[in-house]
Design a protein around this ligand. Structure first.
Ligand SMILES: C[S@@+](CC[C@H](N)C(=O)[O-])C[C@H]1O[C@@H](n2cnc3c(N)ncnc32)[C@H](O)[C@@H]1O
Length: 237
């Protein structure tokens, strides 16, 4: 399978276009499971008191909101390069009256606009697959996390149980792109989704990549039959 074009201008333009329908499609296409996956990712961070969390590729801020909802004293900085996604995120943050605790910043995952060792934890929800140079983003995460801090990355995978794998492959390759195209009115964003998942490294390989970029105790945890993987790692001390 040919790797899809991930130039930053293309990816940010794509998310700018689908932003108004992004949350709706997430809920519908995951049958509401997406928020459960995000809450699980936050739990894996094992946050201490008044933590500073980085949510990279924050999009419409669902993971940032989950972190502040689960931890009343957490502060989050959400970074994304799509202006339209960030505008929607800001609306949600203001509506939840969380603007004093969630700060949204426009920036690239390969040049995170945050000081060295300033974060107690970091998350990326369904974002790393879109980054053209994911190892540069991992190097940046290692730079901004303090030693011992936890990283939780959610990314799509492929179910391992044969029957479910076949059924899901049909859903993911045919039904999801059709519904996504109809609702988002974007020609290719929801075909890009299975194409980008298909060329993403298998869980064991991506876990090794995380390990070789400044992290230890790396785990790849399958969620919902492996439709999604949660990668949990600790910044090297
Ligand atoms: C699939 S959305 C995920 C949004 C959110 N984390 C969630 O859980 O719904 C991917 C997001 O990553 C952002 N993104 C992709 N590559 C990026 C990069 N290199 N730098 C910053 N943001 C990026 C996109 O703009 C988009 O908002």
């Amino acid at each position: 399978m040919a790797a899809p074009d991930k130039t930053p201008a293309r990816i940010s333009g794509m998310f700018d276009s689908i932003a108004p329908r992004y949350d709706l499609l997430n809920r519908v296409l995951s049958a509401g499971l997406d928020q459960k996956w995000r809450r699980r990712a936050v739990r894996e961070l094992q946050l201490g008191r008044a933590p500073q969390v980085l949510d990279l590729c924050t999009g419409t801020a669902d993971l940032a909101l989950a972190a502040t909802e689960q931890h009343a004293d957490a502060s989050v900085i959400g970074v994304d390069f799509s202006g339209a996604m960030l505008r929607l995120a800001l609306g949600k943050v203001r509506e939840a009256k969380l603007d004093s605790r969630i700060r949204l910043v426009r920036g690239d995952a390969t040049r995170i606009p945050v000081a060295d060792a300033s974060c107690d934890a970091a998350t990326i929800g369904f974002g790393i697959r879109n980054v053209a140079e994911p190892t540069r983003a991992l190097d940046e995460l290692a730079r901004v996390l303090r030693p011992g801090a936890r990283l939780a990355i959610l990314e799509f995978g492929q179910p391992r149980i044969p029957g479910i794998r076949t059924l899901y492959a049909w859903y993911f390759r045919y039904l999801l792109p059709a519904v996504g195209k109809m609702v988002s009115r974007h020609q290719s964003a929801y075909s890009y989704l299975p194409a980008s998942v298909g060329t993403f490294p298998p869980p064991a390989e991506f876990a090794r990549t995380i390990e070789s970029h400044g992290f230890v105790s790396v785990r790849a945890v399958p969620l919902t039959f492996g439709i999604v993987y949660l990668y949990v790692a600790t910044r090297l001390s």
